[in-house]
Design a protein around this ligand. Sequence first.
Ligand SMILES: NC(=O)c1ccc[n+]([C@@H]2O[C@H](COP(=O)([O-])OP(=O)(O)OC[C@H]3O[C@@H](n4cnc5c(N)ncnc54)[C@H](OP(=O)(O)O)[C@@H]3O)[C@@H](O)[C@H]2O)c1
Length: 235
Amino acid sequence: MQKVALITGTGGGIGKAIAELLLKQSYLVFGYSRTNKIKHPNFSFTKIDLSNLDAVKQLQFPKESQKDILLINNAATIGSIVPFDKKETRNIIQEYFINLVAPTILCKKFITTYPEDKKLLINISSGAANSPIHSWSTYCATKSALDMLTRVIAEENHKNLTVFSVHPGVVDTNMQSEIRNSDPKNFPLLSKFTDYYTQNELENTNIVAQKLLHIIKNSNKFNQNILSIRDVSIN
Ligand SMILES: NC(=O)c1ccc[n+]([C@@H]2O[C@H](COP(=O)([O-])OP(=O)(O)OC[C@H]3O[C@@H](n4cnc5c(N)ncnc54)[C@H](OP(=O)(O)O)[C@@H]3O)[C@@H](O)[C@H]2O)c1
C-alpha cells in the first residue's frame, strides 16, 4: 500500500530532513513551504506562504483515497525576538498565523479530507510550550496552544486518527541561527543559545528525522499525546 506524507515547512531544517527520510522509505511526499530544494520523483511541492490566510483556506490536500496518510505540521517561525511591549502588531498577527492558525486549519482539513483512512497527525511543537522564555511571547504562546489543540483532538477520539505533539529538542537549523543572531539587549538568554552551538550541543536534523520516523512506525506504542524527541531511543 502506498504511504503518503503531507509535510509543511519542507524548505529546510527538520521538515526537509523528515521529507527526505520518508522518500527513502518509499513514501509519496507532499511538501508545503515558500521554497524548495528537494528533487525526487515521489515529491510534490506546493509553494505556499502559511501566513497568508486565504492561501491556507484554499489549500486542498490530494483527494484520492490514501488508506494510510500522515500530516506533519512542522513549519513555524521563532518570530521577532523582542520583549512583548516592543512587538509590532503585524508581527504578532503573522507569527500567530504561521505557528497556530495555519496548523489548526490544516488539522481540520486533514481529518475531514480523509474520514475513512488511517491517519497519523503530528504537530511539531517545542519545549517552549511549557516554559515562559523572555522575548519569545508569540512562539511560547502558539506552541502551548498547539499542544492543547493536540490534546483536545485526542480527547475527541476521531475515527482512524492518532495524534501527537512532538517536542524536537534543540536542533541545528536556521531557527537556531536566527536565535543566535538576535540582539542581546532584547534577549537575555542569548549566551545560553550561543553556548549550545559552540559546545556542539545542537541535535542534528537527520537524528531528529530518524526519531520522528520511529514515532511514525510505532505510533500505536505511545500512551501520551505530547512526546519529547529526547525520550525516543532509536538504538
Ligand atoms: N530548531 C530547534 O531548535 C527547534 C526547537 C524546538 C522546536 N522546533 C520546531 O521545529 C519545527 C521546524 O523548525 P526548524 O528548526 O526546522 O526551523 P527552520 O529551519 O527555520 O525551518 C522552518 C520551516 O518552516 C518553513 N516556513 C517558515 N515560515 C513559513 C511560511 N510563512 N510559510 C510556509 N513555510 C514557512 C520554512 O520553509 P520556507 O522558508 O521555504 O518557507 C522551513 O522549512 C518548527 O515547528 C519549530 O518550532 C525547532
